[in-house]
Design a protein around this ligand. Structure first.
Ligand SMILES: C[S@@+](CC[C@H](N)C(=O)[O-])C[C@H]1O[C@@H](n2cnc3c(N)ncnc32)[C@H](O)[C@@H]1O
Length: 447
């Protein structure tokens, strides 16, 4: 199956990570991928449930569906089986990298230490770039009350090919007012001891007016300050490998939260993509979940190739990308099972096509179908938020289809990952409307 948008499309594969690798190779991009990010299952021994809120938290009407299993009990082979799953996929993904490419593997305390040894093996110890610690939750509740330090961190292990260079961004850190001074030009600055700056560096900094000498002749480096959005004077510092400034998803705007379990904040992926790639680069995520990498890549002008085995993940990621206006192509690997949605009903009245059932789809589309390939002409998706906005249930008929009694193709996506189709002619859909109207009349007559 293939769902085509416009020319610079992202690719979403419903399939295993290895199916994605095969697609990237087939498209001639082996050795041209500048970044691979993966956020695979963490060997957590639990199931993850997706929650689609239909009316917002106030009404609490929600659909819950198993999104994916992360179970590696002794009977299933334990952590050995987990590593047997992950290692060949990391190996295949690493082979896609360009000479400046980096691979980012997002895990937590359960498997990060093991995956480092696998990446040492695949790319070599010298390819290690960073072990980033992201504070993904505050130390509250059960974590804070437990008998060890709160496990509130995720680890992102980064390895790079020979020409890989990362460009860490800067962040603004507020400065204690007592540490602020003003130079003769009225510019606020703070200062710090020279540390390991060489004499040559000090000379260079002095020429830039960035050296401050105390009355006793001690040398300090001046850091000029800038105001943050709240008007507080801050020092601009380069981000190091400790990321405490990317808030957890639950602090993101409600419309960002798809209800997919283990969804990562878009800001996290934007930071990673921006520091590791240039606009136009190809970015790969083989364990896509709700599609965060693809959405961030789209926002930053990169092209994403992403995959997931879970039909729920694919439905969520597809809807999310389309909501963001990201054109995409959806591929389905032969081996994956796709839950079938039954009972799709449409009707045509005048020049409008209406989806009658299901009543609350995650998304639906009107398109053409040729050789089993569905091409979208029009689509609509539910918008999550405090008060979710349901998908628009009526669309214009495709141009010319009414006069020619042309074929209509409708595809519907459910929150449980199911996909349903309706195909027929405009007159068949009109007949559906007439039957329905008669049914409605009878109901009226009985009252
Ligand atoms: C931790 S979640 C990813 C969450 C994602 N980063 C997000 O922001 O939504 C891991 C995902 O890996 C998928 N997965 C598990 N095994 C896979 C495989 N062999 N190939 C592709 N995807 C897989 C699961 O279905 C799940 O959606």
């Amino acid at each position: 199956m293939d769902f085509t948008g416009t020319s610079t499309r992202h690719s979403l594969v419903h399939g295993d990570a290895l199916d994605l690798v095969e697609l990237v190779r087939k498209e001639g991009l082996e050795g041209k991928v500048d970044m691979v990010y993966v956020d695979p299952p963490y060997a957590s021994d639990r199931d993850y449930v997706a929650e689609a809120r239909l009316d917002g938290p106030a009404d609490g009407r929600a659909l819950r569906t198993l999104a994916y299993e992360d179970r590696w009990s002794r009977e299933r082979g334990g952590i050995g089986a987990y590593l047997d799953m992950l290692a060949p996929r990391l190996d295949a993904l690493a082979r896609l990298l360009s000479p400046r490419g980096t691979i980012w593997v997002h895990l937590d305390w359960r498997a990060a230490y093991l995956v480092r040894t696998i990446l040492d093996e695949i790319l070599g110890r010298d390819a290690f770039k960073n072990e980033i610690v992201w504070r993904r939750a505050p130390n509250l509740g059960r974590q804070a009350a437990s008998s060890q330090f709160g496990r509130t961190l995720d680890t992102i292990v980064v390895y790079g090919r020979e020409q890989a260079t990362l460009r860490p961004p800067t962040r603004l850190e507020p400065i204690d007012p007592s540490a602020i001074r003003w130079d003769e030009e009225g510019r606020p600055f703070t200062s710090a001891p020279r540390g390991d700056y060489t004499d040559a560096s000090i000379e260079k900094l002095e020429a830039e007016g960035r050296v401050h000498r105390t009355a006793t002749g001690r040398v300090y480096i001046k850091y000029f300050l800038v105001k943050n959005s709240e008007g507080v004077l801050c020092r601009e510092r380069r981000v190091d490998a400790l990321w405490t400034d990317v808030p957890p998803l639950r602090h993101s705007v409600v419309s960002e939260r798809t209800g997919y379990p283990t969804q990562k904040p878009r800001a996290l992926l934007e930071r990673i993509i921006a520091c590791a790639t240039d606009p136009g680069a190809v970015v790969v995520d083989a364990f896509a979940g709700s599609g965060t990498t693809a959405v961030a890549a789209h926002a930053l002008g990169r092209r994403a190739y992403v995959s997931d085995v879970s039909p729920v993940a694919i439905a969520v990621a597809r809807a999310r990308l389309l909501r963001e206006g990201a054109p995409l192509e959806l591929h389905r690997a032969a081996e994956v099972s796709q839950p079938k949605m039954k009972g799709v009903k449409v009707e045509v009245r005048g020049d409008r096509l209406r989806l009658v059932a299901p009543a609350e789809p995650l998304a639906w589309a009107v398109g053409t179908e040729e050789d089993g390939v569905f091409r979208t002409i029009w689509h609509s998706e539910r918008v999550p938020g405090k008060k979710p906005i349901p998908a628009v249930m009526e669309a214009d008929l495709p141009p010319g289809s009414a006069s020619s009694d042309g074929g209509l193709h409708v595809r519907v996506f459910g929150d449980d990952g199911s996909v349903g189709d309706w195909s027929g002619t405009v007159s068949e859909a009109r007949a559906g409307a007439r039957t329905r109207a008669r049914g409605e009349d009878r109901t009226e007559a009985r009252r």
